[in-house]
Write a protein that binds this ligand. Sequence first.
Ligand SMILES: NC(=O)c1ccc[n+]([C@@H]2O[C@H](COP(=O)([O-])OP(=O)(O)OC[C@H]3O[C@@H](n4cnc5c(N)ncnc54)[C@H](OP(=O)(O)O)[C@@H]3O)[C@@H](O)[C@H]2O)c1
Length: 280
Amino acid sequence: MKPIEEQVILVTGSTDGIGKITARKLAGKGATVLVHGRSRQKCEDAAEEIRRSAGTEKVAHYVGDLSSLAEVRILAEKISSDHRRLHVLINNAGVGAVKGQDGDPPRSQDGYPLCFAVNYLAPCLLTHLLVPVLRQGAPSRIVNVSSAAQEAIDFDDPMLEQGYEPFKAYAQSKLALAMFTFDMAERLKDSGISVNCLHPGSLLDTKMVRESFGSPMGRAESGADVEVYVATDPALERKTGVYFNEMKEARAEEQAYDAEARETLRRLSEKLTGMKSDHR
Ligand SMILES: NC(=O)c1ccc[n+]([C@@H]2O[C@H](COP(=O)([O-])OP(=O)(O)OC[C@H]3O[C@@H](n4cnc5c(N)ncnc54)[C@H](OP(=O)(O)O)[C@@H]3O)[C@@H](O)[C@H]2O)c1
């Protein structure tokens, strides 16, 4: 990888929680950091706070609501037109175990169950659309923030339309992101773009945990250290297709290693997002 001072790094969902601390730490190391969020005001405030605390002007911000696939496309276009090269994409943004109503899931702007849409479909589409600028930045890295909470997907009802359970929806969206990670790592092998995923730590003190998972047990800062490690550590130069449980290589839920299940998920994602996933 280039020296960090020459790298451009996008951290999605960096207006709060682990993502904001990750963006601050990366800016502190000298990277050009692209802050992202869904609220313009929170983006401006986070970017300004990071500039001040990291003592750098190399911070820009991008607004885009990941619950809309049209906004994901606009976000990718803006980033690609402003930056010819991207060195690291951290797909950090996410929603927790969001409650539904009368057994129905809350929905994205496109009408898909929210967890699956924001935690999986949006980063999947964003990544595909940013592959050209990541290629220009190669050697470059894609880091997907998954979770140790992973549950196998039943492809007869992949988005839990028939019986919505918030925790299951969250855990399945995080497994989908791990499956996508391994799939992309294979597809992008020899491209100079590595693709890994991680669990930042359990019940770290963030808005998501306080709102959907109960009392926090750890500091958000430690989750940011994991993200920075997987995004930048030179020792991981040749690692791709790996799931990190905090800073250790670990095994994801078994379905993530099932090539047929990954193919089914890829086809479904192409249908739902309209993307083409062949990057060879
Ligand atoms: N905290 C933990 O213990 C833990 C454990 C395992 C995995 N994780 C994962 O770590 C990542 C960061 O979570 P966190 O705990 O730091 O949560 P958080 O404090 O709630 O931060 C989530 C970030 O995602 C953004 N976001 C949410 N919905 C969005 C949307 N529709 N469009 C654009 N941005 C959106 C939020 O924006 P706003 O500021 O506008 O809300 C915020 O910046 C998530 O992927 C989460 O699943 C966290």
